[in-house]
Design a protein around this ligand. Structure first.
Ligand code: HAM
Length: 418
């Protein structure tokens, strides 16, 4: 039987790991710099969390969840996103009662039953950040600047921040009504999905990719023309902070995001060089979600970046990976006593924290040297009877070709491997 991985999933092979590790390290480093602590949460949650948290009219809840019934007849769902999970954890563990702002980040895998294409998979990885407590534009700016720092930290230059505000509970109903009236006057031209969205969530029509709906949406009323005084002032202040911080943005009235929990500020980091799935990440304010999940009124802002799309953008821009700074040694024994000596020496070096390998296959010196080079070792030392007798060996730097004679003991070798 030839078993293949499920459609829309990927193996991340050893050759790809350095890029993933680099991305994860930059995410962790920037999160720490901005004062965010890591949180981990279950891979599956009660289905109701996402139905209530993400919203019943969203594509995620309507079409994309991996939902199953467990042996106790409870409906469970593989996490399709992290915000609802973090909010559930904040409420369940009473984290809101501690020091505010509460700033949390996660690096996790998520699952959505979407049609796979470049940049869109059924299992994917996100770096997500959520900040609870402040409702200020400064908190919004901090979240956006953190996302921007990660993207810049990876060497990605061709990413544009799309910014919008979709208003709050005070101003959104009037905007929604204006939008509904506008789209109703184009009812016959809308696609079937948008016709049903007209009743359930007219804002999402602005996001429709069908050329006809998209052309109609171009003429739709803009959220930013319908903001209440608070939302307007908040949005203006945010734009001013971003401009002064040197973050370039475009105001995008069509940026409304596909999840129901957003209020006020919404944004996406869009890259032009990675195909149709061009959002490296996105987020926004969600001031009502904690209360919706049974907690207190607690404003929040957050975002998530898709790790595979960050890697795609780095590849598209040929952004270099930093060279590993750590040296490693391959000890090639020429047979006889040298084999045991190499094994013991290798072990002594490992206990000293040196990355080190020796032959465990019994193959020829030539084959060993080929292996040492292919596996990326920085140094090689060949040892035979002469080296053992002299208590010295030649240490060759495979990067520079430089050769040095060095005492054949773990301390001397460990000191020489940089
Ligand atoms: P989202 O826009 O659904 O937002 O996902 C954020 C990012 O995750 C996307 O921009 C994309 O890079 C990546 N992503 C999403 N779906 C896929 C997929 N099927 N394949 C590959 N990458 C994908 C959220 O998930 C919100 N929870 C973000 C947030 C946090 N809002 C506030 N806090």
């Amino acid at each position: 039987m030839n078993i293949k991985k499920p459609r829309g999933t990927s193996d991340i092979l050893p050759a790809e790991i350095p890029a993933w590790r680099f991305v994860e390290e930059v995410c962790r480093r920037q999160a720490a710099i901005y004062g965010f602590s890591e949180i981990r949460f279950p891979t599956f949650e009660c289905t109701e969390l996402f139905a209530r948290g993400v919203g019943g009219t969203t594509d995620i809840v309507q079409k994309e969840m991996y939902t199953f019934t467990d042996k106790d007849e409870r409906s469970m769902t593989l996490r399709p996103e992290g915000t609802a999970c973090v909010c559930r954890s904040v409420v369940e563990n009473g984290l809101y009662a501690g020091a505010l702002p509460l700033k949390l980040f996660y690096l996790s895998n998520f699952f959505r039953y979407e049609k796979p294409q470049a940049g869109r998979t059924r299992e994917f990885f996100q770096f997500g950040c959520e900040c609870f407590g402040p409702s200020t534009p400064q908190a919004d700016a901090e979240a956006i600047l953190l996302g921007d720092s990660v993207i810049r930290g990876l060497g990605i230059k061709g990413c544009v921040l799309h910014l919008n505000s979709i208003g709050c509970a005070d101003c959104r109903p009037a905007y929604r009504a204006a939008l509904k009236e506008y789209f109703a006057s184009h009812y016959d031209e809308l696609c079937d999905t948008c016709r049903s969205r007209l009743e359930t969530n007219p804002l999402r029509i602005l996001d429709c990719k069908s050329p006809v709906c998209s052309a109609i949406a171009d003429g739709a009323p803009r959220t930013t023309d319908h903001l209440c005084e608070n939302c307007r002032a908040h949005y203006e202040e945010l734009k001013s902070i971003l401009a002064q911080s040197g973050v370039e943005y475009v105001e995008d009235p069509r940026c409304v995001r596909g999840l129901d929990y957003y209020t006020g500020t919404v944004f996406e980091f869009v890259h032009g060089g990675i195909g149709a799935q061009s959002a490296l990440g996105g987020g926004g304010r969600y001031n009502g979600l904690i209360a919706e999940l049974g907690g207190p009124e607690l404003p929040a802002i957050g975002f998530a970046l898709g790790l595979s799309r960050l890697i795609m953008a780095m590849e598209a821009e040929k952004a270099p990976l930093p060279a590993s700074g750590e040296g490693s040694l391959y000890i090639a024994p020429l047979g006889g006593d040298a084999v045991t000596a190499a094994t013991l020496l290798c072990q002594q070096l490992r206990t000293r924290g040196v990355k080190c390998e020796t032959d465990i296959t019994g193959r020829s010196a030539k084959a060993q040297l080929k292996y040492a080079d292919k596996s990326g070792h920085t140094y090689v030392a060949v040892i035979g009877t002469d080296e053992l007798a002299a208590g010295k060996c030649e240490l060759k730097n495979l990067r520079t070709g430089e050769k040095t004679i060095i005492a054949l003991d773990a301390d001397s070798l460990a000191a020489a491997i940089k």
